[in-house]
Design a protein around this ligand. Structure first.
Ligand code: GSH
Length: 291
């Protein structure tokens, strides 16, 4: 095993800048707003402030699924939050998510706006509000919530651990990559074994557990996350691949993946979403062609 440096932790940690990491401009050891900035508000009941990362995509897939089911009350405006530029530390955003992470949602359909942060919490809120994608029968509900929380608990290993050290850290640290690759492969195997016996993650029906897991582990086997498909031998997880291929066929899934996407193919980037027709007319390829 190769050692990256002869670093010895000091008695008391202090922030060292620059650290060379991809997020060094935005990472801070304290919470709260860095600047005043109100959030824009559109015309729909739901205002989403997000970005098309795996955590953000969970919510746009859910909202598009609800609309596809005919729940017009799930209409939403989606505003991009550029986390690389520190927009999550604007005062308006911090007021709706004191943790300064996307996604954050505001339900303005009632007398007083309701803020919801944490992607798992947003999925449950929407599922309960519309009575969809969360079973009510106790055993099925427990299974769904167990897998939902499994995902929320596993994301820091996949994203914050593996993804960070494999793709973003300024140096390749064998110990860190090994530790998190081991855990991510174990989690892929957990999911693969589950999907060998079950059509969807929580049973026979599609639920918020599938919606939460797809952008992370589905994205990994589809080769979208961290360029790590070959490194992690994702072809070994045949049941996860079968499930991911099935989900991508649902029209709401590719739509949800486009919302608040600021990079990649221009035809797949819908920076803001205010209307169902935006998917046809407001993607970056269309906007650029009309300049
Ligand atoms: N547990 C949170 C995690 C959200 C999260 O980590 N969001 C990332 C993008 S995927 C973020 O906003 N990062 C900005 C930052 O760390 O400053 C959730 O599930 O909503």
């Amino acid at each position: 095993m190769t050692a990256p440096t002869d670093y010895v932790p000091p008695k008391v940690w202090t922030s060292q800048k620059p650290n060379g990491g991809q997020f060094e401009n935005v990472n801070r050891p304290v919470a709260g707003a860095t600047h005043n900035k109100e959030l824009p508000v559109g015309k729909h009941p739901f205002q989403l402030y997000s970005l098309a990362t795996p955590n953000g995509v969970k919510i746009t897939i859910m909202l598009e699924e609800l609309l596809a089911l005919g729940h017009s009350g799930a209409e939403y405006d989606a505003w991009p939050i550029r986390i690389g530029d520190g927009e999550q530390f604007g005062s308006g955003f911090v007021a709706i998510n004191p943790n300064s992470k996307i996604p954050a949602l505001v339900d303005r359909s009632g007398a007083k706006p309701i803020r919801i942060f944490e992607s798992g919490s947003i999925l449950i809120y929407l599922a309960e509000k519309f009575g969809a994608f969360l079973p009510t029968e106790p055993a099925a509900r427990a299974e769904c919530l167990s897998w939902l929380f499994w995902q929320v608990g596993s994301a820091p290993y996949l994203g914050g651990g593996f993804g960070h050290f494999f793709a973003y850290a300024p140096m390749k640290i064998e110990y860190a990559i090994d530790r998190f690759a081991m855990e991510v492969k174990r989690q892929l195997d957990v999911l693969d074994k589950r999907l060998a016996e079950s059509k969807f993650v929580a049973g026979d029906s599609y639920t918020i557990a599938d919606i939460a897991i797809f952008p992370w582990y589905g994205g990994l086997v589809k080769g979208w996350n961290y360029g790590a498909a070959e490194f992690l031998s994702v072809e070994d997880y045949a049941h996860v691949r079968r499930w991911a291929d099935m989900l991508i066929e649902r029209p709401a899934v590719p739509r949800g993946r486009m919302v608040n996407r600021l990079s990649g193919e221009l035809s797949g980037q819908l920076h803001e979403r205010h209307d169902a027709s935006d998917f046809k007319t407001k993607t970056q390829d269309k906007l650029k062609a009309s300049y």
